[in-house]
Design a protein around this ligand. Sequence first.
Ligand SMILES: [Mn+2]
Length: 423
Amino acid sequence: MFSFLHIGDIHLGYRQYKLVEREKDFFKAFLDICQKGAIEKKTDFVLITGDLFNSRSISPQTFNEAIFVLNELKKAEIPVIAIEGNHDFKESGNFNSLKGSWFEALAQNQLLYFLYASNPLELEPLVLNKKFVGGSYLDLPCGVRIIGSKWQGFNAGACLGEFAEGISKLPEPQSFKTIFMFHGGQENHLPVNRGGVSSTDFFKLEKCVDYIAMGHIHQSYILPNSAGQNFLFNAGSTEANCMSEVGIERGGLFVEYSPSTGFKANLITDFYQRKFVKLPEIKAGNFTNQTDLLSAAYNLAKESLITCNNSDQSPIVQINIGGFYNFAKSNPEIAELKQKIEDAGALYCQINWNAETSQNYQLSSQATHLTKNELERSILEQLVFNDDSLQSKDEFIETMIRLKHLTLQNQIEAGEILAEIKI
Ligand SMILES: [Mn+2]
């Protein structure tokens, strides 16, 4: 019997919306999930499956945040086992960038066990309380062997067969359960269709691995092996890295193992996270002018802020405007609304303007007689007609046309284009 907390994609140091408060949120989420998911539950260990940091070059403050949380776990005598992700892997071969790894630095300070299998066929052990860095697997006395891969990038699928071979060759304490830590996406769970690993590739590990601890994808998922038993486990991110992560299943997996039930994973979502309010879409077509539309948006946001007022935390508010509209759009007025909502108590307001102008690019009956250049100009005129933020529409149209001709010339220098738009 043993239990553990499996987390990943913590992204410490991410200053979302350029807000220091957001950077602190990522730290608070990490601290709170470790307290609730590991320290309070007295788990045997914690797994961090990559992207502990948002970037390879982190601030001293971010490093301190990692040290603080890892130290809490150390005081509770809970070992932490970690691998790097695509956001924070070491770039030892690139001499122009920061060398070395923050994970190595943390491991040298005995705050975590840094697993880094660079050659899947030759796996080297770390030793509990003795050797924290310079190996690729660790045996824990609770009866578990943990193997960790380095970030594999596009080699992700191809390396798994070699890992299966390498793991099978290890001297095996027979009763041990084996966990394989891997930062990469199962192909059906990738936001973009590239670099994913197929379940068939993961199945190569099923004879020698009992639990694949995944990171990388910010939504939680659990997938079976070829025999239908849960095999691939992904916890998801601990804070919302973008609006599309709001409201999706993600957090930390609290996992219990017993011989009779196998691995039982429960997703913990009840820990510190910034509140996000995505307001229902407002139909722009119901309004005859932008002022009325924005004041309706303001009232909707204000209402949601009142219901949030009971908590001591100001939320991030997203206003959604959709549909068609038939009035001139004024950007200063939109910026003013954003400011008003932040003044009313939102930490940050994002206005998601999906609305489209209902004006079609209608070609007059003479259109067939227009030259190509005249036709272009006519379409541009109609495009900018609805945008009040442009002080001189004619000048804008002229610049667009000149830019188009410039960029179509062969071997144009970027500087010439920039000079044209006077940056
Ligand atoms: Mn990530």
